[in-house]
Design a protein around this ligand. Structure first.
Ligand SMILES: [Zn+2]
Length: 249
């Protein structure tokens, strides 16, 4: 690490749990963020600021005025532009030393497979179940840690599925695909702005600990937040032996 890096990451290096070694691991890490909306925005900014070596952003959408209520990586000047390019510009403004790959596309299964296999961890910051299940399958196949988050109305949730560990439950164990209730979308139901910041920031925190080699976190537990009453709860979950996604793997 050079002098500029020692200065930039000094407050991390001072933490016993991170130190020089943990920060170096973060600097060498490669991660994938899918979705650059309310969750992906804070996650991408914190992870770029923290020095993650390479961050690949994947989102096919463009910035709209209605996004700016919560998607803090984007600006008025980015309206109409690709979200990944808008977020990349914000990230590089904070930390020009990191490598950011912006992919303005909706990744299909084959593309997801390739993207997931080339990264150390994957953040699911998407806003729909089809994408969540596809990311879950790709992370399971390639044994990559999945840091999952969701937020709607005043309700948020976050969890970590560390597929590097054998016997880890998957997203489908927790929320089976066939029993999924009707999908709620922010566009029609609304979402409380800072809730997306809270969940996206939890995803960034879980990712950094995982990259730094800190063996403490949300793996195997689901954190839920009711931001209206500000109740935070945690529950543990186990692999479902009948899960249609992971029971045969
Ligand atoms: Zn499963």
């Amino acid at each position: 690490m050079n002098d500029t890096q020692l200065q930039r990451y000094g407050r991390h290096i001072l933490l016993n749990e991170v130190g020089i070694e943990g920060q170096q691991r973060i600097l060498k890490a490669r991660i994938l963020i899918i979705g650059l909306g309310g969750l992906g925005s804070p996650a991408a900014l914190y992870l770029a600021a923290s020095g993650v070596g390479q961050i690949t952003l994947c989102d096919h959408d463009t910035v709209d005025l209605s996004n700016l209520q919560r998607q803090i990586a984007h600006r008025i000047s980015s309206i109409g532009l690709s979200k990944v390019l808008s977020a990349k510009a914000a990230m590089l403004e904070i930390n020009p030393d990191m490598d950011c790959i912006a992919l303005p596309l909706r990744a299909d299964s084959a593309q997801l497979d390739e993207l997931v296999s080339g990264n150390d961890a994957v953040l699911d910051c998407s806003d729909n179940f089809a994408t969540r299940y596809a990311i879950n399958r790709a992370c399971l196949t390639h044994r990559k840690p999945l840091i999952s988050g969701a937020a709607i109305l005043f309700s948020g949730q976050a969890s970590v599925f560390d597929f590097r560990q054998p016997g880890t439950a998957c997203y489908n164990c927790l929320f089976p695909e066939d029993s999924q209730s009707q999908e709620l979308r922010c566009a029609t139901t609304g979402v409380f702005s800072p809730l997306t910041g809270i969940i996206g920031t939890i995803q960034a925190a879980e990712t950094l600990k995982l990259l730094a080699g800190i063996d403490k976190g949300l793996s195997g537990r689901l954190l839920t937040i009711d931001a209206l009453n500000m109740n935070v709860r945690q529950s543990s979950f186990q692999k479902d032996p009948h899960c249609t996604t992971c029971s045969s793997k």
